[in-house]
Write a protein that binds this ligand. Sequence first.
Ligand SMILES: Cc1cc2nc3c(=O)[nH]c(=O)nc-3n(C[C@H](O)[C@H](O)[C@H](O)COP(=O)(O)OP(=O)(O)OC[C@H]3O[C@@H](n4cnc5c(N)ncnc54)[C@H](O)[C@@H]3O)c2cc1C
Length: 350
Amino acid sequence: MQILIVGQGISGTNLAAEALRRGISTRIIDQPKKDTPSKTAAGMFNPVTFRVPTLSKNAREYFSVLNQFYTNMENETGTRFYQPMPYTRLFSSPEEQNNWIHKCAQGAFREFASDEIHQYSTPISAPLGGAEVFSAGFVESRKMLAGFKEKLLKDNLLTEECFNFDRLEIHENKVCYQTQKEILEADYIIFADGPQVMRNPLFNFLPFRPVKGEVLTLKIKDFVPERILSKGMFLIPKGNDLFYAGSTYSHKSLNTNPTDDDKQKILQTIEKFIKRPIEIIEHRAGIRPATKDRNALIGKHPEHQRVALFNGMGSKAVSMTPLLASVLLNHLEFGTVIDKTVDLNRFVKS
Ligand SMILES: Cc1cc2nc3c(=O)[nH]c(=O)nc-3n(C[C@H](O)[C@H](O)[C@H](O)COP(=O)(O)OP(=O)(O)OC[C@H]3O[C@@H](n4cnc5c(N)ncnc54)[C@H](O)[C@@H]3O)c2cc1C
């Protein structure tokens, strides 16, 4: 099988990595941009949603493949970017603590979270203590994308240019695309174009609901928690006194300009539970390719069977794309059925 992927963000990268492992002939077209969500993301994977403690949908399935997937990617690219790490939920109120303990009495949640309450000492300020989530960590997405890009360029599999829909020909049994230099042919073209899908004439009918988000890179000296901490906002230790902190969510002003409001919101929340001087090193904003029902959108175009989509990863691209890459490729190669919760055809009237 031959595939052509548009987009080398987290989605396109993980899809291409899985395809290459299967021996599928793969080419990628990507227009390099600085402010894509994949280059903004904190890259965290965490099976638990905190507001009302809940296990993320299909957590067991998604998290069962992560470790092997990213370890393989590190070996294939010779880059280190995968950091499994305990995740501590610090409690803000007795009610939160009670909800957590209550939830931990339930089977599936207990597989991923502990009901043991730990106390933390200064500079962490959390009088009600915290509890741990297992199977969490983060991927340094910028390093991962750069490592994979280098491998693609070396193998001559990447074309860096803007995809032009006028140069795409869709036939019954193949697609052809004319780049600025050559004609590419493939069995399928797969769009992994992130929030830019809103301008994709083949898929902009789908109910995307993009969400803006902002993150800070902070410097906090002599503080080595060796765990991700969360109390209203997360704090991820990257090493060398650097931390990612965030993130915010907004449906307004869908642009990639960082705002003073969100900077203050993140900083003030972190300052409430970390009692140390904090320096801001970097401030970034991006758009999450989220959907109205908060599920991914993958599968074949309802009318063009040689055209597919791998998108809608919302705020969980790092944890969902390794498994979903296999789901989509199995569908294209072997005709296996895509679960209707993520199949884009759930929005197509029959
Ligand atoms: C502040 C913030 C924090 C986040 N934190 C996390 C987190 O902790 N964990 C997590 O899992 N997710 C997180 N996310 C979400 C995550 O970033 C996204 O789900 C993910 O990056 C989407 O990846 P993608 O590859 O689908 O899209 P993108 O990153 O947008 O990649 C698409 C690629 O396609 C290219 N492209 C698009 N159209 C064209 C075209 N016509 N021609 C050529 N190239 C094209 C783009 O240039 C880009 O390189 C966060 C997002 C934000 C904004």
